[in-house]
Design a protein. Structure first.
Lengths: 450, 313, 285
């Protein structure tokens, strides 16, 4: 989205917006000293995102709404390629270049950013004044933005890995309940039975689509979902040894291998191929992120979504959150900061639209609204927001992190061959231990305290 | 060395300097340094200083974020030498160098031999083979990522017609290094092709005339004149190609963005990742020097081999 | 079109060998052009066709929609402009400072000449990739990260070009210059009015190569530029994406458009470039 040029509309917008911000804005020098000059040049906030595809389009629409009428700010979005390039650029901008006013990061990446002074903290009181506070978020999601007592990230959403299923195929196979939901399964055996029953209806494809080749994130998402469904956690204490429950890890990995037998699921499939298999109705079910909702809607097929079934007793789903962060600025302009707070609050309040891209909005007033309850299939997996499991916390983990590719490197051979789950878990542990021995690069002398 | 007479390596030694009167010596010195100054300043600032400072950084725990910077002695090197990822990256780099250099030299040779036969359409051949070399790595990557798309890419469409595949070109760790090789050969073979073409044009006609008088057919001529005459050019091309292949980064990085690259991460990418993705400037600098050592060893080896060849002939 | 090459005597004009050679050559040329032609074909499709239709011309027929959509995105023009002017400045500076230094090494006598030249020749082997960490650090110190100077300056040091130019100057007869100097012309004047005109071909070769290198350079600009308004074409195309998602036709339209300027340059300067490759063999990637 190109920067919007100052218009009469936003000029009026600034006045209304400034009034809305109230006392805090009046404190800042620029506005109170020479109001007219400021009005002639509505502030354009620099906003960096890594959202592409349906996400990017939805975000553009949301931005158009919040900057459209009565907004005190304009927004110039810079969308960089998802993943490693984005995080590299963001870190470099916060270090030496010109950081944007606000950026979207995965909440899981915050522990790798905050200690280096790359991020400024959010003022909790200032947010509360705008109606954004701890009690307007699911507990886990709010907590994920905190380090110690400080708030570094304000979540926009939770985007878990979920299950999509083709309702036509499932109906034919007789696995749908009367309310249209998929027959509940509570153990791996039951789930495999379900898939086998679906197998009769998926000619030329597989009952389940799941792509992972070359994609460490995709492997970890499913693995960690199964792992945490055992009620287990992983801990990566800096300088220590990884705490991974081997038996549970092996069992989880073996379930993945069992699914990837070439019959239930293609043994060697990459992310895009799995999406394509499901989208062309060659398979009955797909494990994927909620963000693919738009892709499937656009095919016109009939499908529904649900949480990945709880196969080991404890409801849990791997998820991450898109979160707003303040890249560090040496001398932040207070007025722009105010507008940034306003902007983020506005986006959160307008995040009903964000649900159309599949994500579960983090802001509770949105997901608890009557409108949202009517939204399908979004409301069918909304409960997942209460059972999210983020990646184990460490400076090296998070979306598009080194950790994910290390995990992929350790596990992928076992998935491709269906052999040696135990050895793969060992390799994974060894890689994590190596990362743990490495000093945290953003805080090499270990001096940072939250 | 006739074959490469046009290339700088084989130019005649510098001719004698013009005589200068002793009185003009000081002035001559001054003028010389004035001519040299712009280059030398840039050379010092952007090459010598970074090279030295990088060495210093490799002994510290400097971070991209400005944190750290304490002296850690040989820790970074110790870590690098026991870092399996680094060794894998070095291995990948060497494997790529071997697997890419062979086609990059052989295909270039075949192209040059065929074009040199003087078939019609010279400009078209040159354009076809050399054009990809003019493209930015970004463009090359975008084109090949598109061709290698596992679902809707042209590569699998073509292979599908003969019953092969589908292949996850860039996602399958057993295949993706070769996908990079294919793209690289397409991209850069034209450069070697032009070098060979220049070398071919420098083979004196008398050789062929003499051979023709002796009744040698085209194949005999190829084996007894052309190929032997191309040996010096080949040595040069192989040398340049090895050094270029060792520096693999741009296309590999851009074609595999967002994919796990554990089995395809070249060493330069590991330098980049340690420094700019992992923010570990000190460690990254240390790996840079390991890589530099590799380049120097290969370079020295090549120069020695070439000198030995030269002194033998 | 007849070739300029001397053909070895005894080769027949229309022998079976020639036919086979022609066939092989044509196949290879098609193979080499195909990826680019496919990119062009995709660029002229609708997005729907690009994603689903593998024929050369999509079911909805050729369209310039993708080009239009891309060009209406102001960024592409900014990046192309940035690429053009920074590459020109880099080329100008590189050629200027390299030629001056090379001339000094070739013609002048000064203390440490051999030694210094040896250092510069040795520096040819230093891969720029080794320097990215300290260079970036230096640019931070100079406050040049995210500036055009930070982008350009580190690219103007090209020891290989000094070497090539020195070898060339060594081969230029010195008598002309001597005559001028007897007439009282200074070094700079001799260099400017006698040596430079004589070395136009090699200068062109060096300049073209530096330009291609700068235009296509990826790693350094990728590291040093974060501001989308300062990005060059390769960096912009790689790091900034259209918020509306991966669109194959548009991506290929970008690729084709980014490739066009240099291909046009090649068509115009084919002979110089072909010769330039032979003289500047070091420019290789």
């Amino acid at each position: 989205m190109a920067g919007r040029s100052p218009t009469m509309l936003s000029r009026r917008g600034l006045l209304t917006g400034a009034a809305a911000i109230g006392g805090t804005a009046a404190l800042s020098g620029g506005l109170s000293a020479c109001g007219t000059a400021a009005v002639a040049n509505p502030d354009t906030l620099q906003f960096w995102t890594l959202l592409s595809g349906g996400d990017g389009g939805t975000m553009a629409d949301m931005l158009a709404k919040v900057t459209g009428s009565g907004a005190a700010y304009d927004v110039k979005t810079t969308t960089l390629v998802w993943g490693e390039p984005y995080y590299t650029k963001l870190a470099m901008a916060a270090t030496g270049g010109r950081p944007p006013d606000v950026a979207i990061m995965h909440a899981s990446r915050v522990p790798g950013y905050a200690p280096g002074g790359l991020l400024d903290t959010w003022d909790i009181d200032r947010l509360a004044e705008l109606g954004v506070s701890e009690d307007t978020f699911p507990e886990e999601i709010w907590k994920k933005g905190m380090m110690g007592e400080k708030l570094f990230a304000v979540a926009l959403d939770a985007h878990p890995t979920v299950m999509m299923f083709n309702t036509d195929i499932c109906d034919k196979a007789g696995v749908l309940e009367s309310d249209g939901k998929l027959r509940a399964t509570t153990s791996p055996d039951e789930f495999v039975d379900l898939l086998e029953q679906l197998g009769g209806q998926t000619k030329g494809g597989h009952p389940l689509s799941y792509g992972y080749l070359g994609d460490g994130a995709q492997m970890f998402r499913l693995f960690y979902t199964f792992y945490t469904q055992h009620g287990a956690t992983m801990k990566f204490p800096e300088g220590g040894e990884a705490e991974i429950d081997d038996d549970i890890a092996i069992e989880s990995l073996e379930l993945m291998q069992r699914l990837l037998d070439g019959k239930l699921t293609a043994q060697r499939s990459d992310y895009a191929s799995a999406i394509a298999e499901f989208a062309t109705e060659r398979s009955a079910m797909l494990f994927t992120g909620v963000w693919e909702l738009r892709t499937m809607v656009s095919t016109g097929m009939s499908f529904d979504m649900a949480a990945i079934p709880t196969l080991y007793g404890t409801p849990s789903t791997f998820a991450d959150s898109h979160a707003f962060v303040l890249p560090h600025q040496n001398e932040p302009d207070e007025r722009r900061r105010d507008l940034t707070y306003q902007f983020v609050a506005d986006l959160l309040k307008g995040s009903y639209d964000w649900a159309t891209a599949g994500h579960i909005p983090a802001y509770l007033p949105v997901t608890e609204s009557a409108d949202y309850a009517k939204l399908t299939p979004q409301s069918h997996y909304a409960e997942v927001a209460q059972q999210v499991s983020y990646e184990p916390e460490a400076w090296f983990t998070g979306s598009a992190s080194n950790f994910q590719s290390e995990f992929g490197a350790a596990i992928q051979p076992a998935l491709m061959t269906g052999k040696d789950a135990a050895a793969a878990v060992d390799a994974f542990r060894a890689r994590v231990n190596r990362l743990l021995k490495t000093t945290n690069p953003v805080d090499p002398d270990g001096t940072w305290k939250p | 060395m006739t074959a490469t007479a046009d290339t700088p390596l084989t130019r005649a030694t510098p001719r004698p300097q013009p005589a200068t009167a002793p009185a003009g010596r000081n002035r001559e010195q001054l003028v010389s340094w004035a001519f040299l100054a712009p280059f030398l300043i840039a050379f010092a600032l952007f090459l010598v200083w970074p090279l030295a400072h990088g060495l210093y950084l490799s002994f510290t725990n400097q971070s991209l974020t400005g944190a750290g910077g304490s002296w850690v002695g040989l820790d970074n090197y110790r870590e690098a030498l026991t870092d399996s990822t680094m060794w894998r990256a070095l291995g990948t780099t060497v494997l790529f160098t071997v697997v890419s250099t062979i086609p990059l030299v052989l295909i270039a040779l075949v192209m040059a031999l065929l074009v040199h036969r003087g078939l019609p359409g010279q400009w078209l051949w040159r354009l076809s083979f050399f054009m990809p070399f003019l493209l930015a790595s970004t463009v090359v990557s975008q084109i090949w990522v598109w061709i290698f798309n596992p679902d809707i890419g042209a590569a699998n469409a073509v292979l599908g017609k003969i019953g092969i595949g589908p292949i996850a070109w860039l996602q399958d760790p057993d295949v993706n290094l070769y996908a990079i090789v294919i793209a690289t050969v397409w991209w850069t073979v034209g450069f070697n092709f032009l070098l060979y073409l220049a070398a071919l044009q420098n083979i004196p006609d008398q050789h062929y005339e003499a051979a023709a008088l002796d009744g040698a057919g085209p194949w005999r001529q190829l084996w007894s004149i052309t190929l032997p005459q191309l040996v010096p050019a080949t040595v040069l091309i192989v040398m340049l190609q090895i050094l270029a292949s060792l520096k693999l980064f741009d296309q590999a990085y851009q074609m595999l963005i967002g994919l796990s690259t554990d089995t395809t991460r070249p060493i330069v990418q590991y330098i980049f990742e340690s420094g700019f993705v992992g923010y570990r400037f000190g460690y990254s600098a240390a790996i840079s020097y390991v890589f530099f050592a590799l380049i120097v060893i290969v370079g020295v080896f090549q120069v020695t081999a070439m000198n030995r060849r030269r002194s033998m002939s | 079109m007849r070739s300029r090459q001397a053909r070895s005597p005894g080769q027949k004009r229309f022998g079976i060998g020639r036919v086979v050679a022609f066939a092989v050559l044509a196949l290879m040329a098609i193979g080499w052009l195909m990826p680019f032609l496919w990119a062009i074909a995709t660029a002229f499709k609708t997005e729907e066709d690009a994603a689903s239709d593998r024929s050369w011309i999509g079911s909805e027929g050729p369209t310039t929609d993708a080009f239009g959509a891309m060009l209406s995105n102001g960024n592409v023009w900014i990046w192309a402009f940035n690429s053009l002017w920074t590459s020109l400045v880099i080329t100008l500076l590189t050629v200027a400072i390299s030629a001056l230094a090379a001339y000094a090494f070739s013609r002048m006598r000064f203390t440490g000449r051999r030694w210094l030249f040896a250092v510069i020749v040795a520096a040819i082997i230093i891969p720029p990739q080794v320097l990215i960490i300290p260079l970036f650090y230096e640019m931070l110190a100079f406050n040049m990260v995210d500036t055009p100077w930070g982008l350009m300056l580190p690219q103007i040091v090209a020891p290989a070009m000094v070497f090539i130019l020195k070898q060339f100057f060594d081969g230029v007869p010195v008598e002309l210059e001597d005559a001028a100097r007897v007439d009282g012309a200074g070094r700079l004047r001799v260099f400017w009015s006698i040596v430079l005109p004589l070395s136009r071909p090699v200068m062109a070769a060096v300049a073209i190569f530096v330009f291609i290198g700068a235009w296509n350079n990826f790693l350094w600009p990728f590291l040093v530029i974060n501001d989308t308004n300062l990005m060059t074409l390769p960096i912009g195309l790689q790091t900034v994406i259209d918020a509306h998602g991966i669109q194959y036709a548009q991506t290929m339209a970008q690729a084709v458009l980014a490739a066009t300027p240099l291909i046009v340059v090649f068509l115009f300067f084919q002979r110089q470039i072909v010769k330039g490759v032979a003289t500047t063999g070091f420019g290789g990637r």
